[in-house]
Structures are given as structure tokens and as C-alpha cells.
Design a binder for this molecule. Structure first.
Ligand SMILES: NC(=O)c1ccc[n+]([C@@H]2O[C@H](COP(=O)([O-])OP(=O)(O)OC[C@H]3O[C@@H](n4cnc5c(N)ncnc54)[C@H](OP(=O)(O)O)[C@@H]3O)[C@@H](O)[C@H]2O)c1
Length: 224
């Protein structure tokens, strides 16, 4: 079999059981990566294994730092250090204007942000040490065009966006020749899942110095 672009790369997909997670896992796997997919629901992870053969799944609450630390130890022991972290835990909550932004919704969205902080803190050393470390998240156009009705959501996504660009600054200092952290920006992922998967694979084609810290728009391809 001919060599594939991501042969030998181990990529962790954090929050892998949504439609976009499955598309990313499929694209990475087809490109030769060893894909380790994480979620909290056993049935969804089983469905992912059925749908994308070859993917290894891990049930882990990524909002729990101790659980993420244990996941890293397990991965290091059984598979090795990670070369890529694709973080896809998100979810949406809206509300009625600023006064309608509830604490419950903020807790939910902040929990998603915590999964990003935990996974990046735990796997940063792997990404820096990798010959081709990559971190990617999917942010929202709401960061640049926030609305009162989705202020909680815009604030949580803005925090994630800033966090990843902070990781990028660390990469610039510690691994400028090899590591890159990027933010994909989308209004809605519906219909763009395959494009996301393809773009994630292409992150390993790009020169790290040019990619690192960039925000990459994902838009529907116009046919007209
Ligand atoms: N969908 C859109 O139109 C859109 C628009 C803009 C940006 N985005 C962003 O794109 C990314 C992907 O979005 P999506 O809609 O495809 O996915 P999503 O619905 O946010 O998917 C959540 C994924 O994360 C997993 N997950 C949730 N909590 C977890 C936890 N504590 N520990 C481990 N896994 C956890 C879920 O699996 P379990 O349920 O099994 O835990 C699921 O696989 C997100 O960051 C989202 O904010 C999406």
C-alpha cells in the first residue's frame, strides 16, 4: 500500500461522536492517522467504531482534569504521544436578550471550554515534542458578530478562540518549526462536516510558521 500523508501520526479527536466528529475521524483515518476518539456516551462511541473502522475510542469526561490526565497516561502506555488534538466539544445555548442569559446555559458552555483547557494543558508537551504537532478547534462567526440573544455562547467561543491563540504563542516560542494551533471559524457546520475533515487533514501539509495562530473560515462552496 502506498504511503499516506498521516501515516505514523496519532491524533486525538476530543468530542468525536457528533456528525462533524465522525467526519473528522473518517478523514484522518483515511489519511493514515491513528485516530483516538473521545466522548462520554458508550453507545455513541460504539456507533462511531462501527461507522469508522480502525478508530480507537475512549470514554472520558474531558471536563475532569484528573480523567484527562489518566487518559494521557493510558494513551502514552498503549499507543504513544499525540501529534494532533482536534477539539470538537461545543454545543449551543441561546436566550432572550442579555437578561435572558442564564447561569445554567453558561455552566454548560463553560464546561465545554473547560474540556479545551484540560486537553490542551495535558497534551501541550506532546504537541510541542511532536515532529508535526497540530491543535485545531472550531469557533463561530458569533465571536466577531455577537448578539445579545447568544451572548453566553459568543463569550464562551471567544474564550476558546483566545485560548487557542495563546497556545499558538507558546508553540511559536517552543516549537516554531513543527507545531501549529489553528481556529476554524464557521457559522454553521451543517453540510460542511466533510470540508472540515479535509481541512483538518490538510493542516499537516501546511508550513507550521504560516499556519500557527491563524483563523481559517469554513464556508459553503458556491456552485454558481
Ligand atoms: N454545529 C455547528 O453548527 C457549529 C457552529 C459553530 C461552531 N461549532 C463548533 O464546532 C465544534 C463541533 O460542533 P458539533 O455541533 O459537531 O458538536 P457538538 O454537538 O458540540 O458535539 C459535542 C461532542 O463532544 C462530546 N462531549 C461533550 N461533552 C464532553 C465531555 N465532557 N467530555 C468528552 N466529550 C464530550 C460529545 O459526545 P458525548 O455526548 O458522548 O459526550 C460530542 O461528541 C464545537 O466546538 C462547536 O462549538 C459548531
Amino acid at each position: 500500500m502506498s504511503r499516506r500523508p498521516l501515516d505514523g501520526r496519532l491524533v486525538l479527536v476530543a468530542g468525536a461522536t457528533s456528525t462533524s466528529g465522525e467526519a473528522v475521524a473518517r478523514a484522518l483515518s483515511a489519511a493514515g492517522a491513528s485516530v483516538h476518539a473521545v466522548g462520554t456516551r458508550a453507545d455513541a462511541l460504539e456507533a462511531l467504531r462501527d461507522s469508522v473502522p480502525g478508530v480507537t475510542t475512549h470514554r472520558c469526561d474531558l471536563a475532569d482534569l484528573d480523567a484527562v490526565t489518566a487518559l494521557a497516561a493510558e494513551l502514552h502506555e498503549t499507543a504513544g504521544p499525540v501529534d494532533g488534538l482536534v477539539h470538537l466539544v461545543g454545543g449551543w445555548r441561546g436566550g432572550g436578550g442579555i437578561a435572558g442569559q442564564s447561569d445554567e446555559d453558561w455552566e454548560f458552555l463553560d464546561r465545554g471550554f473547560r474540556t479545551l483547557r484540560n486537553t490542551t494543558r495535558v497534551f501541550d508537551a506532546d504537541l510541542v515534542a511532536s515532529p508535526a504537532g497540530r491543535l485545531a478547534i472550531v469557533s463561530s462567526t458569533a465571536v466577531d458578530s455577537p448578539t445579545a440573544g447568544a451572548a453566553n455562547y459568543a463569550a464562551a467561543k471567544a474564550a476558546a478562540d483566545a485560548w487557542v491563540r495563546s497556545v499558538a504563542q507558546g508553540f511559536r516560542k517552543q516549537a516554531p518549526q513543527t507545531a501549529a494551533a489553528v481556529v476554524f471559524v464557521v457559522r454553521t457546520l451543517a453540510g460542511l462536516e466533510q470540508q472540515l475533515g479535509d481541512q483538518v487533514v490538510r493542516l499537516w501539509d501546511g508550513a507550521p510558521g504560516a499556519l500557527n495562530g491563524t483563523r481559517i473560515p469554513l464556508e459553503p462552496v458556491s456552485l454558481g
